[in-house]
Design a protein around this ligand. Sequence first.
Ligand code: DX5
Ligand code: ZN
Length: 223
Amino acid sequence: MKPYLIAPSILSANFTKLGEEVDNVLAAGADVVHFDVMDNHYVPNLTIGPLVCKALRKHGVTADIDVHLMVQPVDDMIKQFADAGASYISFHPEASQHVDRSLQLIIDSGCKPGLVFNPATPLQYLDHVMHKLHHILLMSVNPGFGGQSFIPQSLEKLKQARALIEQSGFDIRLEIDGGVKVDNIRAIAEAGADMFVAGSAIFDQADYQAVIRQMRSELALAK
Ligand code: DX5
Ligand code: ZN
């Protein structure tokens, strides 16, 4: 297994001072910036686009930016986010007419491609694309909002996804998104995740470093 990565979701950050929030959470020990893009079409909420990603780069953020596209259609946003400085780009397979083509577009743009699975989306979408994936993102809440509760069935799905990754022989990260907290992160790691998105668990607390430290201590106990 690769080293665990903690990816705070800036959806729960204070948007009136986003640059500072991102600087602070990275200084507090976060590895990657998780960037939730919602279009009020694929999901019933509206967030931020490529302009904000570009602004973070201009502000001086050098950490990887993990763009999670909850948009439909997908392909034009891939190009725009690659130009805006995204590092990882993932999308929901149901939102793309041509999943292989969208993945290739991410690769050709120089970014790391991922596929995202809603709680009820079957893992079969992986069958013919494992060789193209840098990461698999399992949603442990329905997409659209921060601050929801972790859906417990996601643990079983993580185990299945981990087994598929192992069978494939490819080096693919397994990312979890939704309701990740200090008190469940260890069980989530034990089910097979190695990258953890956490929005409200981090940004709703005053001391980001304390939360990230607690998460890492829990992860150190994972078997
Ligand atoms: C939900 C987003 C998540 C969300 C996670 O659609 O993809 O990244 O911000 O927030 P928490 O950690 O609060 O569940
Ligand atoms: Zn997300």
